[in-house]
Ligand binder design. Structure first.
Ligand SMILES: Cc1cc2nc3c(=O)[nH]c(=O)nc-3n(C[C@H](O)[C@H](O)[C@H](O)COP(=O)(O)OP(=O)(O)OC[C@H]3O[C@@H](n4cnc5c(N)ncnc54)[C@H](O)[C@@H]3O)c2cc1C
Length: 513
């Protein structure tokens, strides 16, 4: 190991969407966290992910930063499966839409937030290896220096060095198809939009577009975004302009005079998931833990939501509020979510095929998804609104996202998500006082008395019985539901937020920043 330059409670490897979100979450909790990022700056060659889906926007709203994204992106009903539209405009959420916003903008905004929270980023440096012991992890950097971390989180993308070095198996399937994606100029005008043939799906669009009356309208000029499926699965080497030109000619008989590419990349339907999200002091999140085809646009969403599940738990373990086994709930909760994403993307890729039998399956799926209940279920799955962590039997809210209700408190009107801005747990009593002394947790859990007169409505499930009280985790999932008594509340508080005497006392996350 080289000369040790710094020591941090947590080192996050990779400052993509997952790493930035995780570092922000840890910083909000007052944890000493740093990012190591290979790229010299946040610029991203190419556009990659096309936007944010409903639950991701909600999660950003829970931190008070959704507006930053909403003000730059474009709202649209873009959800679809097997060609069937999956509208969510009737869903009970403030964000009943998807947001079109390219990944380079998403990363810039997230990096701005992490910067405001004073997260140090060691840029232009790669992690080349690590060694963990009983008390921490020595992290080796490409410049010959090293860092010491209490915990190391690999948010270093699909080819994750951290995952490989930890010896964590990446279980799944090799690619069956590959596509080239590029931003370039065309000498001739193509037919804009999505095309399907025996090879698969291809498309031409402009990077700049507007949503008008729910339709994508491309700008008249500016770089073109091309996607073309290759005849055979391409090699893992970097694709060239020549590869792109040949792939276009194979499909269209012309390459439309493609030139001046600023980005050429290849993606496949390789589908793999880390067998374990944690090995002692090393954790994985985002693409490092799961890769799949981009169909449905779920990769970035899953990564950002991994980060929001892990952040507060890791913060509590670092602060010795909670035992290390709290980190096991990260794998237990998030592995099944990504496994489901893997399954739906594999199905979507199978349905991309153009043969008549596949068309018959697509038509059948479309017919099914044209019915209201299947449409709601699939749309809730793809937008992340139906996630339920298995916290046992009970009220339908248990383990599900808390809706962003308009509450009335002695201090005035407030939205539930506003109560979560500082990423602290909330014990919300609605109407009747709980008669439970939560003061031993007062330094950790915000106890709020509020009134709420409206309905409690969840995506897919519809109206549910109004609870008398709820314990909300910092990630916005409900850890306990009170139905008139405090049964189980002490256990829930202890399970999720430690026993009252545990941990280092912090006045608040903000105060210790
Ligand atoms: C063509 C395409 C379209 C997509 N469309 C969508 C979409 O519409 N919606 C969606 O949700 N997702 C989409 N995705 C997926 C999305 O881009 C990824 O899921 C997302 O970027 C994952 O974020 P991440 O932070 O986990 O990993 P990454 O974005 O891969 O970030 C990893 C970071 O780690 C850094 N790094 C790697 N190794 C090291 C190292 N050893 N040391 C230091 N730094 C390192 C990298 O430089 C990088 O910044 C698409 C992907 C592709 C390719």
């Amino acid at each position: 190991m080289g000369w040790r330059v710094a020591e941090h409670a947590v080192v996050v490897v990779g400052g993509g969407p997952t790493g930035l979100m995780l570092a922000g979450e840890l910083a909000l909790a007052g944890v000493d966290v740093a990012i190591v990022e290979r790229r010299a700056n946040q610029d991203l060659p190419g556009s990659r992910a096309g936007g944010l889906l409903s639950r991701t926007i909600e999660v950003l709203d829970q931190r008070g930063i959704a507006d930053r994204f909403l003000s730059e992106g474009q709202k649209a009903q873009v959800g679809q499966f097997a060609g069937a539209p999956l509208e969510i405009s009737d869903f009970p959420t403030r964000h009943n839409y998807a947001l079109g916003l390219w990944q380079n903008h998403i990363e810039r905004i997230l990096a701005g937030w992490a910067g405001e929270l004073s997260v140090p980023v060691h840029r232009g440096r790669e992690v080349t290896g690590f060694a963990q012991d009983e008390t921490g992890v020595d992290v080796e950097l490409s410049d010959g220096r090293s860092l010491r971390a209490g915990y190391l989180v690999g948010c270093d993308g699909g080819r994750s060095l951290i995952r490989k070095a930890a010896g964590i198996e990446f279980v799944g399937w090799d690619p069956t198809t590959s596509s080239l994606i590029a931003e370039a100029e065309l000498a001739e005008e193509p037919e804009w939009g999505i095309h399907r043939d025996a090879f698969g799906v291809h498309s031409f669009g402009r990077v700049e577009y507007e949503i008008r009356d729910g339709e994508v309208v491309f700008m008249d000029r500016g770089p073109v975004r091309v996607m073309v499926t290759e005849e055979r699965v391409g090699p893992t080497t970097e694709p060239t302009l020549r590869d792109l030109s040949e792939a276009l000619i194979a499909v269209y008989g012309t390459d439309y005079g493609i030139h001046s590419p600023t980005w050429i990349s290849r993606f496949t339907d390789m589908t793999r998931q880390a067998a374990a999200y944690r090995d002692r002091r090393v954790l994985l999140a985002g693409d490092a833990a799961h890769v799949h085809a981009p169909d449905g646009g779920q990769g970035l969403q899953t990564g950002v939501q991994d980060a929001v599940n892990l952040g507060w738990k890791l913060a509590q373990v670092v602060d010795r509020i909670s035992p290390e086994r709290l980190l096991d709930t990260y794998h237990a909760e998030r592995h099944p979510v990504a496994a489901r994403v893997l399954r739906s993307t594999m199905a979507a890729v199978a349905l991309r095929r153009a043969d008549e039998r596949t068309q018959a399956v697509r038509d059948t799926m479309s017919e099914l998804l044209g019915m209201d209940e299947p449409r709601k279920r699939f749309a809730a799955m793809l937008s992340g609104l139906d996630i339920r962590y298995d916290l046992g039997e009970g009220h339908p809210l248990l383990g599900r996202r808390i809706p962003d209700l308009d509450l009335v408190t002695p201090g005035g009107a407030v939205r539930v998500f506003t109560l979560l801005h500082d990423a602290r747990p909330v014990l919300l009593s609605l109407g009747t006082p709980l008669g439970f002394d939560s003061s031993p947790w007062a330094h950790r859990v915000s106890a709020i008395d509020a009134d709420y007169a409206g309905d409690w409505e969840l995506p897919v499930l519809g109206r549910v019985a109004a609870p008398a009280a709820v314990l909300i985790r910092p990630d916005g999932y409900v850890a306990w539901v009170g139905e008139g008594t405090d049964t189980g509340l002490r256990e829930a508080l202890t399970t999720w937020f430690g026993s009252p005497s545990s941990g280092e006392t912090r006045a608040s996350g903000a105060a210790s920043r």
